[in-house]
Design a protein around this ligand. Structure first.
Ligand code: PAF
Length: 281
């Protein structure tokens, strides 16, 4: 595997290929990332991953400084998974000057849920993803980019950006990988204390319970069911931001019926660690 740090080196390594399969990450890789690399690999003619902790998607009070940076271990895992090129730019390479041009996704999708609790998050994500896409795919007739469904709203925001700007990129959404007790794998799980780690699976259990209750309910019942689910987590010591049932199509609350494809999404803080998860129902 080639490890490159500049856009020029990346483009040089990709110059003889036509269809990169690309997995953008912020590093500290877990089995979820590796599963994405393995899924994407057969769909392209070269497999590329990036590791870049993107300051633009962190609010000043968030964990940009403490976000785990584990490049050597990550590179070994990527190589073992069959990745051909790892792009690990320094901040100065991707943002040589303040990023004054930014991608602003439509607010109907990006100002709700994660975007509501993390204002500006999807502007930061969309901007860096577009930039990484331009580094990897410039001059390519087509490509594949893989994202994990744990970040459900992120996948939707990126998909819409790709559609609206007619980027010749197919988006692959990989299933969430879970620990045995159901906890969704996340780089942020490493922040949890031993006791918090034991408690952490309660978020996925709460989503499952809310999903089951929602299936037997009407749209009008949902606000009460969601409030109960949040209160139950709060009684266990969590600080929930949201637990909610939404339409998969646009992440809006179901209006007329519960028959359409739905997803239960949740975000909550356990101690100082904010976890997110979701479950399609
Ligand atoms: O999901 C992530 O790790 C990040 O949001 C991404 C897509 C790599 C952009 O920085």
């Amino acid at each position: 595997m080639h490890i490159v740090h500049t856009i020029a080196e990346l483009r040089e390594k990709l110059s003889s290929y036509k269809r990169p399969a690309f997995v953008p990450t912020m590093g500290n890789l877990h089995d979820g990332h590796i599963a994405l690399v393995k899924q994407a690999k057969p769909l392209g003619d070269v497999t590329v991953s990036s590791i870049f902790v993107n300051r633009l998607q962190f609010a000043p009070h968030e964990d940009f400084d403490s976000y785990p940076r584990t490049l050597d271990a990550d590179a070994q895992r990527l190589e073992a998974a069959g990745c051909n090129v790892l792009f690990a730019p320094r901040e100065q390479e991707l943002y040589p000057q303040p990023q004054t041009y930014k991608m602003h996704p439509a607010t109907d999708l990006s100002d709700i849920l994660e975007g509501h609790f993390r204002p500006g998050f999807f502007i930061g994500v969309s901007t860096v993803v577009l930039k990484l896409f331009s580094c990897v795919y410039a001059g390519m007739p087509s490509g594949i980019a893989a994202f994990g469904k744990k970040d459900y709203q992120q996948v939707m925001v990126v998909r819409r950006m790709v559609q609206q700007f007619a980027l010749p990129i197919e988006i692959l959404a990989g299933e969430t990988q879970r620990a045995e007790d159901g906890l969704a794998l996340s780089s942020r799980n490493g922040y949890l204390s031993e006791a918090e780690r034991k408690e952490a699976a309660e978020l996925s259990k709460a989503l499952k319970a809310l999903g089951a209750a929602a299936r037997a309910a009407t749209p009008a019942d949902l606000p009460a069911l969601e409030a109960q689910a949040m209160q139950a987590l709060a009684r266990r010591g969590w600080k929930p931001d949201y637990l909610t049932v939404r339409r998969r199509a646009d992440l809006m609350p179901p209006q007329a019926s519960m028959e359409e494809p739905l997803v239960v999404l949740g975000a909550a803080k356990l101690g100082s660690t904010r976890l997110i998860d979701n479950l399609e129902i």
